[in-house]
Design a protein around this ligand. Structure first.
Ligand SMILES: C[S@@+](CC[C@H](N)C(=O)[O-])C[C@H]1O[C@@H](n2cnc3c(N)ncnc32)[C@H](O)[C@@H]1O
Length: 260
């Protein structure tokens, strides 16, 4: 799994959005303490940096060393490589023991995890009562009707090359197991719908496409979904390379706590 992200680690940093700061205030308002947060599948720290505005310490982990090598440093964020071989007890020891994590965040990553294993660990680590876990992702970027017609063709063509885990993100986490008590911010079967507005040049949009795992998996199988011709068509419907457009990432979130 780490391999998928190793190959695109540098593009990933340039291509992927950070998340609105209001999301972190909203989550921080729901935890009883603000000592320790764990950002899992941190990538380059896209969410860890926002979480660090509200918590004394953030441990940000990933199974891909390549992704972590492009992580953005922050005095309150400690990035740690956690290979798949690490045991549950080793993970608990790394975080400082059971019942000590105020907030667990998983940004655009939980669909890659072994859910029963991860949720069991999360339940051991979460502060009880008072801790929460938030998982979120995005699966679409809306620009304008003309551009969206062209881009939809590419995204749809890429679906058949998706890793089976990506189906959950394509479904907007509607089928994601999430065995936690609702705190009113999206729950199992009914994620909360959110939007991430961004200003982008065409180059930024193209980087997002180039960092998409189905498009990379297609390329590995000899199918280039981003031929020069396709890129030209996209760029022209964008309005040229110098036009800054406001785009909207369609996002979804589930947040829960433990009661037992
Ligand atoms: C799509 S990226 C998301 C990165 C970042 N959180 C963001 O919001 O952009 C998914 C990340 O999850 C990591 N990952 C996949 N499986 C993992 C696992 N079992 N444990 C920890 N990290 C994992 C990948 O290496 C990758 O960096």
């Amino acid at each position: 799994m780490a391999g998928i992200f190793d190959k695109q680690a540098e593009t990933y940093l340039q291509a992927r959005p950070t998340y609105p700061c209001e999301w972190y205030s909203m989550l921080a308002a729901r935890t009883s303490h603000h000592s320790l947060a764990w950002d899992v599948g941190t990538g380059n720290g896209q969410a860890a940096l926002g979480v660090a505005e509200h918590y004394e310490r953030v441990v940000a982990t990933d199974i891909s060393e390549a992704q972590l090598s492009f992580a953005i440093p922050h005095p309150r964020v400690c990035y740690v490589h956690t290979p798949q071989s690490m045991s549950e007890d080793e993970m608990v020891a790394l975080m400082g023991g059971e019942n000590c994590v105020d907030l667990i965040t998983v940004a655009t990553a939980v669909h890659w995890f072994d859910h029963p294993k991860f949720y069991k660990l999360a339940k051991r680590l979460l502060r009880n009562p008072g801790g929460i876990i938030a998982v979120w992702g995005y699966n679409d970027v809306v620009v304008n009707p003309e551009f969206d017609t062209v881009s939809k063709r590419i995204w749809e063509a890429s679906i058949q090359f998706s890793h089976s885990n990506s189906r959950q993100i394509i479904d907007g986490y509607r089928n994601l197991p999430f065995p936690f008590e609702s705190v009113g911010l999206g729950h199992e079967g009914k994620p909360m719908q959110l939007e991430i507005p961004k200003e982008l040049l065409f180059e930024g949009y193209l980087k997002l496409l180039k960092s998409s795992s189905p498009i990379n998996l297609a390329k590995e199988q000899g199918v280039d979904l981003l031929s020069e011709e396709v890129i030209k068509e996209l760029e022209s419907s964008w309005g040229g390379p110098n036009l800054v457009r406001t785009v909207t990432y369609k996002a979804f979130m589930l947040v829960g706590t433990i009661t037992e």
